[in-house]
Ligand binder design. Structure first.
Ligand code: MN
Ligand code: MN
Length: 292
């Protein structure tokens, strides 16, 4: 359970226990029941970018957590607003791509549920946010990436070239001894796929076609206590790419930008598990490191 969900539950329990006739001083749940530290390599170790919780009260910010990745589902867009995952060589193995796209059974009743045929003949690919190629250690890991909540409509050229080369670079880093905390999603509406023109929605309006795709990657040498190892020198790569067939007009690394820019256009807050001053220094810069 995430720290935020834990606090909500803890507060609900404490509130229920406080229904007495005489008023009592406000409870201080954090003082007596500190939230557990995140499990090692929990993708939300560095924070929950939208404060998503697993409550149907937040239909457009609904937290789904799996061993393979976590995401916030936005029912108004019919997709995740972000997916977060951890990548290291431990996640990489021999398992083949299952190509087993399927509706996500963890979506609550009443939510829009995407099926693979929602993408048929739309001019857009079923683009993974957490890549199939990042989850090849076990069959169960790979199958999880094909739940449709991890899928968004991507222009084929973006999906198969520019975005794919970025994914490949991140796996190169994992093979080279790094571990990565990665977040990805789309924002805006209106992409241009293989049919040309601009498409704002598919699935009879239930799935928004993003105008652009973003990704944020925090990169550390493999080690322990990841949250404690972040410094202002920690490498972060943030990217913002158009959802069009012209996305390959420049290489993926020419789409690098700051985390602050991604926060401004998405309304998300990355790394909110880190001290504010450290966030500020990490988020203002644009990566200029080696990219191949
Ligand atoms: Mn680690
Ligand atoms: Mn932030």
């Amino acid at each position: 359970m995430s720290r935020i969900a834990y606090l909500v539950v803890a507060f609900a329990i404490l509130s229920a226990g406080c229904k007495k006739e005489e008023p009592e001083p406000p409870a201080a749940p954090a003082a007596t029941t500190p939230p557990p530290a995140p499990a090692p390599n929990d993708p939300l170790t560095m924070g929950n970018p939208s404060g998503a919780i697993a409550s149907v009260v937040l239909a457009n910010n609904y937290l789904i957590e799996r061993p393979q990745f976590s995401l916030a589902y936005d029912n108004s867009r019919g997709t995740a607003s972000w997916v977060a995952w951890h990548l290291s060589s431990e996640w990489l193995g021999p398992v083949p791509r299952c190509d087993c796209f399927s509706p996500d059974p963890l979506l609550p009743n009443g939510y829009f549920v995407a099926f693979t045929w929602n993408y048929t003949n739309t001019g857009f690919n079923r683009g993974h946010l957490c890549p199939s190629g990042d989850r090849t250690a076990t069959d169960a890991d790979n199958v999880a990436t094909f739940f449709m909540t991890n899928i968004c409509p991507q222009a084929p050229v973006l999906n198969q070239q520019t975005w794919a080369y970025l994914e490949s670079f991140s796996r190169d880093l994992a093979y080279a001894g790094y571990e990565l905390y990665i977040y990805a999603g789309g924002y805006g509406s209106g992409g241009s796929g293989s049919l040309g023109g601009i498409t704002y929605t598919i699935a009879n309006g239930s799935i928004t076609v993003p105008e652009r795709y973003w990704k944020v990657m925090l990169i550390l040498p493999v080690g322990e206590d990841d949250l404690q190892r972040i410094t202002s020198d920690t490498r972060i790569i943030a990217l913002d790419m158009p959802n069009t067939q012209q996305a390959n007009a420049q290489p993926w690394y020419d789409y690098r930008t700051s985390v602050d820019e991604i926060e401004a256009v998405t309304g998300l807050d990355f790394f909110n598990g880190l001290p504010v001053a450290l966030q500020a220094s990490l988020e203002a810069g644009v990566d200029a490191g080696v990219v191949h």
